[in-house]
Design a protein around this ligand. Structure first.
Ligand code: FES
Ligand SMILES: [Fe+2]
Length: 330
């Protein structure tokens, strides 16, 4: 199918954010990433672990199992695996019996960063991009739930790099004051990201006022938006008061047409307004994008001729060019 990408092996070499750590409190978690069914769990010693969700004995899903004192226990015959995926117990064989050498889960790399669980299915080609605010003094981090969007990850990234939809899709949140004409932007490296800087007039009602910490009817926001291949977008918003509000928009392909999406916010405010309140505008904006994108079927066509492009699509076209380079011949 046109625009398919999730089967490309190169995407297995990148880190993808799929869940929040608290999702593991009740036991192992089933996660599909790039079409692969995986299990993520917290081992009894506290280590984060992940593997292909298939027991080598009779292929039962380990995500339906339980974390017991000895490790991750398969729900079918109780074989139990340690955090490295090695079988440590075959109950039917009795204690002390030799473990079949091939009784090993296909392990997947797992890491915790920015309040998220990240998975990488192969040898990582690049580290998780650095968000400087995460270690800068004066900033707090606010996480959001991971949502399943019935929209392609390629559509999400294309949308997050696009400002021309603001006065239309975001009319209900901040877009009412945005100029529909999009100025030409220059693309440049922005830390681990690549993108552009611009200014936008934003409606500053209720949720906007909580985010901006100002009471005026509209506020000017100095923004930067950039991508890190394959699917991460960082957006920074600076107000005249010196308040900086940085967002990481993380999209992980479930398959070609569905996506795990979450965002993380860092802010250098005085911490007096609850995190839920200062991110209310961002959640409204996210819901507006979701409503739009879930109406657009299939993945973004990646060829050069299917879509019609204009000047305002420059950043998303640059992402598409680099994404195509990354995918290579497939
Ligand atoms: S299928 Fe897992 S123990 Fe038999
Ligand atoms: Fe949007």
């Amino acid at each position: 199918m046109r625009g398919t990408f999730a089967g490309s092996t190169v995407l297995r070499s990148y880190w993808h954010a799929v869940a929040r750590p608290d999702a593991l409190l009740d036991g192992p978690l089933a996660i599909t990433l790039l079409g692969e069914r995986l299990v993520v769990w917290r081992a009894p010693g506290g280590e984060l672990a992940a593997a292909v969700d298939r027991c080598p004995h009779r292929e039962a899903p380990l995500s339906a199992g339980t974390v017991v004192a000895g490790g991750l226990q398969c729900p079918y015959h109780g074989w139990t695996y340690d955090e490295g995926g090695r079988c440590v117990l075959v109950p039917s064989a009795g204690t002390g019996a030799a473990i079949p050498p091939r009784a090993v889960l296909q392990s997947v790399r797992a890491a915790e960063r920015y309040g998220l669980i990240w998975l990488c299915l192969d040898e990582p080609a690049a580290p998780i991009p650095t968000i400087a605010e995460d270690t800068e003094p004066g900033f707090r981090r606010i996480n959001q739930p991971v949502e399943r969007w019935a929209a392609s990850a390629t559509r999400l990234v294309d949308n997050f790099l696009d400002t021309a939809h603001f006065p239309f899709v975001h009319l209900g949140s901040f877009g009412g004051a945005a100029d529909p004409e999009v100025a030409r932007v220059e693309l440049e490296p922005l830390g681990d990201f690549y993108g552009y800087q611009y200014e936008v007039e934003a409606v500053n009602s209720a949720a906007g006022a909580s985010a901006s910490g100002q009471a005026a009817a509209t506020v000017s926001r100095r923004m930067s938006t950039g991508f890190a291949l394959p699917f991460l977008v960082r957006s920074t918003i600076e107000y005249a008061t010196g308040l900086r509000h940085t967002l990481l928009l993380a999209s992980a392909p479930i398959d070609d047409e569905a996506t795990w999406f979450t965002f993380v916010v860092w802010r250098n405010d005085d911490f007096s307004v609850p995190g839920d309140e200062v991110t209310r505008l961002d959640r409204m904006i996210g819901a507006e994008d979701k409503r739009m994108l879930e109406q657009v079927p299939g993945p973004l066509p990646l060829d050069a001729t299917t879509l019609v492009n204009v000047q305002a699509d420059r950043a998303s076209l640059e992402w598409k060019r680099r994404f195509n380079d990354l995918l290579g011949d497939r």
